[in-house]
Design a protein around this ligand. Structure first.
Ligand code: SAM
Length: 284
């Protein structure tokens, strides 16, 4: 008998991975959590039937969501991470000895517990002494913060269910307020390729643009996400990721990365024409 994990990417497109062994199934207060083992992607976990992290390709997402802002402003010291319960974003951040403090706000404690057990590859730095984990709704957490963070990373699920509030105007406005005067906001920005994802991406871009003077989008190839073509938003009060990056400074840190490098940094902001058009014509 063969066992396959199948995800519905659109009404007409499915993506499947052959499963060697189901490892965990649970229902939290917020979502259904599954973990599988597979030959091709190693252990992977899903929330409500949507792919979150695989051991094989997580390095692409986590490199890109962390090193692009960190290389843009090497003076970042205080970071807020929203979502990110698997720990991959925190793992990459803790590689910077210059970072002083990381607040991580994850709504679902069960995600963290399950990832600590089945995905130690990503969860391995959650106990770093600089990390403080809050099990709260990120939308509520940022409401009371003002002029605190150098960087906010929104490593969320898609804009429905618990993640919905993290794509709202209210949330982006509060992130702007929570950031210091040269703060940067990076978020997972969905995919431009399939219609429904593209709409979410356009909506997010339009809303972020209302608050931040610098507002760019960059891309990466992530094989297990819908269409494989994934975007990240880079918004900031001051820094421009293309003109402010100090390549020499980042390279002199000697961080070994499997996907990110300073050439990718410059190249990832070059977008296909249809994506540029989508962003230009973004409507709410
Ligand atoms: N890399 C992943 C992706 O793009 O598919 C995201 C992974 S991470 C596991 C997403 C996390 O965001 C989940 O663990 C989820 O519980 C958390 N989350 C969703 N909504 C949230 C909210 N409002 N506040 C804080 N965390 C939230």
């Amino acid at each position: 008998m063969e066992l396959w994990y199948t995800e519905q990417h659109t009404a007409n497109v499915r993506f499947s991975i052959k499963v060697d062994k189901p490892l965990y199934t649970g229902q939290s207060e917020f979502q259904r959590i599954d973990v599988f083992n597979s030959h091709e992607f190693g252990n992977f976990f899903t929330l409500d039937g949507l792919m979150m992290v695989t051991e094989k390709d997580e390095f692409i997402y986590h490199d890109m969501i962390v090193h692009v802002p960190m290389a843009t402003n090497p003076k970042i010291k205080n970071v807020l991470v929203i979502g990110a319960g698997d720990g991959g974003t925190v793992r990459e951040l803790t590689r910077y000895s210059t970072l002083e403090h990381i607040d991580m706000v994850e709504i679902d404690k069960m995600v963290v517990d399950v990832c600590r057990e089945y995905l130690p590859q990503t969860a391995c730095k959650l106990d770093d002494p600089r990390v403080k984990i809050y099990f709260e709704d990120g939308l509520k957490f940022v409401r009371s913060k003002e002029n605190v963070y150098d960087l906010i990373i929104v490593d969320s699920t898609d804009p429905f269910g618990p993640g919905e509030g993290l794509f709202t105007r209210e949330f982006y406005g509060n992130c702007f307020k929570a950031l210091k005067e040269d703060g940067i906001l990076v978020n997972q920005h969905e995919s431009p390729y399939y219609g429904e994802y593209a709409k979410s991406m356009q909506r997010a871009h339009k809303r972020i643009r209302e608050f931040f003077p610098v507002c760019r989008v960059y891309q990466a190839h992530i094989p297990t996400y819908p269409s494989g073509h994934w975007l990240f938003g880079f918004a900031s009060k001051k820094f421009d990721p293309l003109t402010d990056i100090d390549e020499q400074a980042w390279n002199s840190l000697g961080l070994k990365t499997k996907y990110y490098n300073t050439e990718i940094h410059k190249g990832c902001f070059a977008l296909p024409s249809y994506v540029k058009d989508l962003l230009l014509n973004a409507e709410d």
